[in-house]
Design a binder for this molecule. Sequence first.
Ligand code: ADP
Ligand code: MG
Length: 314
Amino acid sequence: MHEFELIERYFTHKTAGAGVILGVGDDGAVLRVSPGRDLVAVVDTLVAGVHFPQGLAAADIGYRALAVNLSDIAAMGGVPRWFTLALTLPAADPAWLEEFAGGLFDAARESSVALVGGDTTSGSQLVISVQLLGDVVAGAFLTRSGCQPEDRIYVSGTLGDAAAGLARLPQEAGTQRLAQRFRRPTARVRLGQALVGIATAAIDVSDGLHADLNHVLRASNCGASLQLERLPLSAELLAQCSEAEAVQLALSGGDDYELVFCVSAAQEARVQQIAHDLGEQITCIGNAEHEQGLRLTHRGTPYTAQSDGYRHFS
Ligand code: ADP
Ligand code: MG
């Protein structure tokens, strides 16, 4: 099977979508941007052996490749619309491609996004790069930089599950839900959209709470105190490890794709109502402060984080 057969067979069938004037098959895609809206562009690359274990099921690789980008759009408060897919494959294995496309289009269907183009090459390593375009009402988006001292710091969902699930792959007895959190991350897209105009800052947790909240604090030129006993830890996680390990995973584990966001005290009731209406769990874990840096306590005792998240080339 050569490049063009491969594209035709696996990636051409579902290109229809609102605003797609021209999808897969020409030299470029043509997309219609609605009046009064701004585009939001994100891209994320997954390298086999770096971002996921070599043996991860192809369907999960496909799902994840889109989900991690949906999470970036969520952190911007955007509506995901269109994506392109750059694939580098060691081999054109039909069974693998069928599965991969299945998982990818599961995520695409769930979030109503259309694949509109891409690039396919052979190479020694499996590399998947997805670029996702979303939109927002002109000027109305979330950033990392608006957090103010005294703001409340919130996180969605639970933290640490994906890292624990990844550490326990491929054997999964009793840890299916944790593994699933790694395999099929749920991007908090609707929550992100609802926070536009309400949250002062937001980021998605891809590298761990400690590293990602620090990005917000630096961009916002403030600091924060977190009370780690307030961290949302799932029952499944606490069944697999001690509370101390769970806290460590929540801080530095990564791959959770939850949202961390800041809101003024005056907006707290509104945020609680939004989360309730969306059926999303959110938890206040601390406060922003004037003093730079991130201060952690666990039941009143100062706590030192052991790692500042994953960094390439370090
Ligand atoms: P060109 O040589 O003009 O860059 P290609 O031969 O790379 O075009 O691709 C042909 C068409 O197939 C283009 O519309 C491109 O966007 C699309 N395409 C290539 N690879 C993929 C892929 N993995 N998924 C979706 N569309 C793809
Ligand atoms: Mg090309």
